[in-house]
Design a protein around this ligand. Structure first.
Ligand code: SF4
Length: 340
């Protein structure tokens, strides 16, 4: 296994930071929504990617038993999908206690109303009605996120439009901190807006573990086939000879991710004119999906034989991250008169 690269406190390129919560196995929505972009970013930025295990507890505090196993699978998926520890740094959030220290210190100076107005606070509480999220930790999760980012003075955070409000909060917190303690300790992070393709779940809703509609990175070829063949298509195609509307069909969305332009055109024309049936269309999609995922599955199987090496990479990366975060924390403790 490769060793991670050394840290750099004398940067000439921008630093990117992003994390994933190990709440379950990674699915195609996670891959196309984030991981695929991370693999590109590692070539152009100094990248830090972390296992956001404390963040799991903000919503899953009552059932934390799977965190370690999920984290291990997630790290294996990252490596199999092309994240390279020679180009980027992996670390585990809970191994770096400075995240908790900075979270606490920022909590002292952040007005409660700033957290209450973050749009996702109300939205997620309305969605996750099966648990009690009237907790201090859940309200404060954007503050923990801010600590994660600014502990490394990351310049850029890859996000979708819906998460820009979190970065805006981080920027406000940075401005307040630098103003209160009269020193430019932190840089204001900026969003790195990412266009992500549409990856619906097998039932047409957002792909999500809680909807049980996912195709996982971990799935075998046969498991993928068993999920795709009975998947819903355009309800207008009740019979083979009924013309369809590819734009309302998830199989067409998947073709756009995995099939050539010629195959996409074949699917669109064949569907609208009823020249092809849904079974033909799905079989063609599976050819494209297999061509894309087979090499990743093989790589994944190899990496999974040596989980101890995967943890070794996370350990080395966490040492690198610790040096960077400690450098920032020394300045924080100094300006807050806590160095004694
Ligand atoms: S032919 Fe393809 S795109 Fe059209 S409804 Fe069937 S599966 Fe969907």
């Amino acid at each position: 296994m490769n060793k991670p690269k050394e840290p750099s406190n004398h940067r000439t390129i921008e630093r990117v930071l992003s994390g994933m919560r190990p709440t379950g196995r990674l699915h195609l929505g996670n891959y196309h929504g984030a991981l695929q972009n991370w693999v590109k970013l590692q070539n152009d930025y100094e990248c830090l990617f972390f296992v956001a295990d404390w963040h799991c507890l903000t919503t899953d505090y009552a059932d934390p038993k799977d965190i370690r196993g999920n984290a291990e699978n997630m790290l294996i998926d990252w490596l199999a999908c092309g994240l390279d520890p020679k180009k980027c740094t992996f670390f585990v959030q809970s191994w770096l206690k400075v995240h908790a220290e900075l979270h606490l210190l920022l909590s002292m100076m952040t007005p409660l109303s700033w957290l209450e107005r973050v749009p996702s606070y109300k939205e997620i509480r309305q969605q996750l009605t099966d648990r009690d999220l009237s907790t201090y930790g859940f309200l404060g999760y954007p503050m923990l996120m801010t600590a994660d980012i600014i502990a490394y003075n990351a310049n850029r955070v890859p996000v979708g439009e819906d998460q820009v409000a979190h970065i805006e909060l981080s920027r406000e917190v940075v401005r307040r901190f630098n103003f209160l303690y009269k020193k430019e300790v932190f840089v204001e992070p900026k969003p790195l807006l990412t266009q992500t393709p549409k990856v619906p779940g097998l039932d047409g809703r957002k792909m999500s573990k809680s909807y049980n509609n996912c195709i996982y990175i971990y799935d075998t070829k046969e498991e993928v086939r068993k999920k795709i063949m009975p998947a819903i298509t355009d309800p207008a195609r009740k019979r083979r000879e009924d013309p369809g509307h590819p734009e309302v069909c998830i199989i067409h969305d998947y073709h756009k991710l995995y099939s050539s332009a010629e195959v996409c055109a074949w699917c669109e024309d064949g569907c609208r004119t009823a020249k092809i049936g849904c079974v033909d269309c799905k079989k063609k999609l599976l050819e494209g999906m297999d061509a894309f995922w087979d090499p990743i599955r093989e790589k994944r199987a190899e990496i999974a034989k040596h989980p101890e090496q995967v943890w070794e990479i996370a350990k080395s990366g966490s040492e690198v991250a610790k040096i960077l975060a400690e450098t920032t924390m020394e300045k924080v403790r100094e300006v807050m008169h806590l160095k004694y």
